[in-house]
Design a protein around this ligand. Structure first.
Ligand code: HEM
Length: 446
């Protein structure tokens, strides 16, 4: 599909074969993201990773993430932080038992706590941590709302300097707030003595939170890794922006689909009871054995990919895609949402059927090699957070379903699954549900 919006040409690709040409065969031509007017300001002038143009800086950031922050060893070592946050969520929900809660809000809060605890670990004292997390979340919400607002500057780039809607001014104000917060956190971390605030209280290399790892890299000043504090701040904005809303929205969709399909919910809980037991709590070590739960998440990401058009890319040169000429400068998107619902490739595509993913595990994964299923994108700019998402999301969802039964509030007959389609795929109506403890020993909720 080709659209002329303002002075720009937008192209939407909706078939696996053209997606393959775009994301694999001509990957380098499209490896730079298409900028929105606000993302220049909101990314420290593209010194982050998500918005960095394809090139040496992006490669350095990506390598740092893959090797230092999101490696299996680092993520395993930081399990204690995730576990602490998930346990405290269970205790909070236990106190709210029998009361209707907005699932997305609670899940978003816990995702925030999980991600910030990995970003800066025990750098902040308990009191200021809660306050800062709340303020951080409000500021991120404002950014998300701004990103969702159509901006004249994106359709008529020549008008961008005028900032007719004042959007750029609002983003500048928010970024200056984030900047001060990051400065404060960095200062606090630098004041701490070695070992203080670490997960295990030891100085073991792999148990360092991301801030310790990155400050060490800055201080070592290795000319081959020209990483500085501005890059660190950009990366932190990326991780908060790309890692929290995506993950919490997926958990909310999963809860909604399962409540809409009680027989699938029962199956998920039966598996949890078998693998985890009813006198125990979910741990990340259980995840590889929870095949049905993992299939549920794959099916949720098929039907409700949080980035339905992935993240738009920029055509760095003129190229042929699917037999059509795509001129240099076009904005190109892949409609993953449509591909993942296409009856040509999926049997009964609109049905919620996790069973379709219970085929031998090698056939379906999140690595974007099969272009019929690309919820995390594909190619060199595929989501770098997959290892983190694969740990956090099933751990959180599994815990919510194993520790609690969920009921709809009185008067609500069924779960509403309608969505708002945009660069982000959100639930139109927030899921409100009542948690009821399902484990017999109340000490499991402490
Ligand atoms: C359900 C969870 C998630 C989904 C569905 C998701 C989806 C995506 C998608 C579609 C892209 C664009 C890929 C492309 O252009 O081909 C992306 C990029 C990215 N994601 Fe995720 N993501 C998730 C979780 C996370 C998490 C937990 C993190 C945090 C570490 C993260 C960090 C990033 C970053 C930094 C990029 C940019 C990578 C680059 O430009 O090289 N994401 N994600």
């Amino acid at each position: 599909m080709r659209l002329h919006l303002g002075t720009r040409l937008w192209i939407v690709l909706s078939s696996p074969s053209v997606a393959k040409e775009f994301l694999k065969d001509h990957d380098i031509i499209y490896a730079t993201r298409d900028m929105l007017a606000v993302t220049q300001t909101g990314s420290y002038g593209r010194q982050d990773m998500v918005w960095a143009p394809y090139g040496n800086h992006w490669r350095m950031m990506r390598k740092l993430c893959v090797r230092e922050l999101l490696s299996n060893a680092r993520l395993d070592a930081l399990y204690g932080l995730r576990q602490r946050e998930v346990r405290s969520m269970v205790s909070r929900l236990y106190l709210k038992r029998g009361v209707a809660i907005n699932v997305a809000e609670d899940v978003m809060l816990i995702m925030f706590n999980i991600v910030t605890s990995m970003l800066w670990g025990g750098t902040l004292e308990e009191g200021s941590r809660a306050r800062i997390t709340m303020e951080f979340r409000q500021a991120m919400n404002k950014i998300v709302n701004i990103l969702a607002t159509p901006n004249v500057s994106d359709f008529f780039p020549a008008l961008a300097k005028l900032d007719l809607q004042g959007i750029d001014r609002q983003v500048k104000k928010l970024i200056s707030w984030f900047d001060q917060l990051f400065e404060y956190i960095i200062q606090q971390r630098r004041k701490m003595v070695p070992g203080e605030g670490e997960v295990s209280g030891t100085e073991k290399e792999s148990s360092k939170d991301f801030l310790q790892v990155l400050l060490k890299i800055i201080d070592e000043a290795n000319p081959k890794i020209p990483f500085n504090e501005t890059h660190l701040k950009g990366l932190y904005l990326d991780m908060m922006g790309a890692g929290t809303e995506t993950s919490s929205s997926t958990v909310e969709w999963a809860m909604a689909e399962l409540m809409k399909h009680p027989e699938k919910l029962k199956k998920t809980q039966q598996e949890l009871d078998q693998v985890v037991g009813t006198n125990n709590i979910v741990e990340e070590s259980h995840l590889p054995k929870l095949h049905y739960l993992n299939a549920v998440l794959k099916e949720v990401l098929r039907l409700h990919p949080v980035a339905p058009l992935l993240v738009p890319r920029h055509a760095s040169e003129t190229c042929i895609l699917g037999g059509y000429l795509v001129p240099e400068g076009a904005k190109v998107m892949v409609n993953a949402w449509a591909i993942q619902r296409d009856p040509e490739y999926w049997e009964e595509p609109l049905e919620f059927r996790p069973e379709r993913f219970l085929v031998p595990s090698s056939e379906w994964d999140y690595n974007g090699k099969d272009f019929r299923y690309i919820p995390f994108g594909s190619g060199r700019r595929i989501c770098v957070g997959i290892p983190m998402a694969e740990r956090m999301i099933p751990y959180l969802l599994g815990t919510l379903l194993h520790s609690f039964e969920w009921e709809l509030p009185e008067g609500v007959i069924e779960v509403d699954l309608s969505d708002c389609f945009g660069l982000e795929l959100k639930k139109k109506v927030a899921l409100v549900a009542i948690p009821k403890p399902r484990l017999s020993d109340p000490r499991l909720y402490d």
